[in-house]
Design a binder for this molecule. Structure first.
Ligand SMILES: [Zn+2]
Length: 303
């Protein structure tokens, strides 16, 4: 297993305190992540100050810039260049980070998108605006990170026309090439479910003390398996996207949806916790014997 780390929602509005805490952990284990910069952030739900967001679908577009800024223009630019200097990789994370459509795009992970479903020209112009904003900071990333993991065929075409060569997304455990764009897997599974090559997707603004401790304890045991972004070597390992990859992605998406459903069902998840056992024969015997209890409310209030 090898993995990359990506930090989403990097803006001058992100929580300085949380970003610095994540940075200190990554530096300690010499891990160099991908950082997703939102070029012209209009989404105040990803402000560091408003720490309430738990759901990507809840958004309050910004009316004007200014308030909530944790870094001045100069500080932000300096920070980014320092990070690039020490080997961190920059990706363009959308343009405004505001979801305009209810399309789930090519991967089907979320039913909302900043790009998917919009005409090619609109997508091209929006992406170009973001790219130009980053150019003003002296940064020209070739890697793209779609807000909500949503994009469609036209997004890929526009990205290619704008000189992007890769996307940090894909539900297949190996990098693949689709429409001349390299997809670097990001299957959004928990630390203990990583396999093949994957990307751990972190949102520093949303990380609490436990999330920071979990990251640190994972890196303590696995920092040797961390990769920093290297386009050439990932490209070399990539397969071509085809019917087999498409099928594998579909089943990964189904597994993800199943996991989500389980996580959202408190009764079922409490039942799973109460019937868990290290010996899988005993675990399944417990589950079969106790399954009638799933019909009662007994498991609703445990935990
Ligand atoms: Zn984001």
């Amino acid at each position: 297993m090898h993995y990359l780390i990506r930090l989403d929602d990097i803006t001058p509005y992100m929580s300085k305190e949380k970003f610095e805490a994540v940075q200190a952990i990554l530096d300690k284990y010499r891990v160099r992540p991908i950082i997703g910069l939102v070029p012209d952030c209009r989404d105040d739900s990803i402000h560091g100050g408003t720490n309430a967001r738990r759901d990507d679908s809840i958004q309050c577009p910004l009316q004007e810039h200014g308030d909530g800024r944790e870094y001045s223009d100069g500080e932000y630019k300096l920070l980014l260049h320092e990070l690039i200097e020490k080997g961190w990789t920059v990706a363009q994370h959308g343009t405004y980070h505001v979801y305009e459509t209810k399309e789930s795009g090519l991967l089907g992970i979320n039913p909302f998108s900043e790009y998917a479903g919009l005409p090619y020209e609109a997508q091209y112009e929006k992406l170009k605006h973001g790219k130009d904003m980053l150019k003003d900071l002296g940064i020209e990333p070739a890697l793209f990170m779609a807000p909500g993991h949503t994009f469609d065929e036209n997004t890929l075409k526009a990205l290619k026309a704008l000189g992007f060569t890769a996307i940090t997304d894909g539900l297949y455990p190996k990098p693949y090439i689709r429409e001349d764009i390299l997809f670097v897997p990001c299957t959004l599974v928990a630390y203990d479910k990583l396999k093949g090559l994957d990307t751990i997707c972190l949102h520093p603004n949303l990380m609490n003390d436990k999330d920071m401790a979990d990251l640190e304890s994972f890196l303590k045991d696995h920092c040797n398996e961390a990769l920093s972004y290297n386009h050439e070597s990932l490209h070399q390992d990539a397969v071509n996207y085809g019917p087999f990859t498409a099928m594998a992605e579909k089943s990964a998406l189904k597994a993800r949806q199943r996991r989500d459903r389980i996580a959202h069902s408190m009764r079922l998840s409490n039942f799973m916790v109460c019937t868990d056992h290290p010996n899988s024969a005993i675990k399944w015997a417990k589950r079969i014997i106790m399954s009638p209890l799933l019909l009662s409310k007994r498991y609703d209030d445990i935990k």
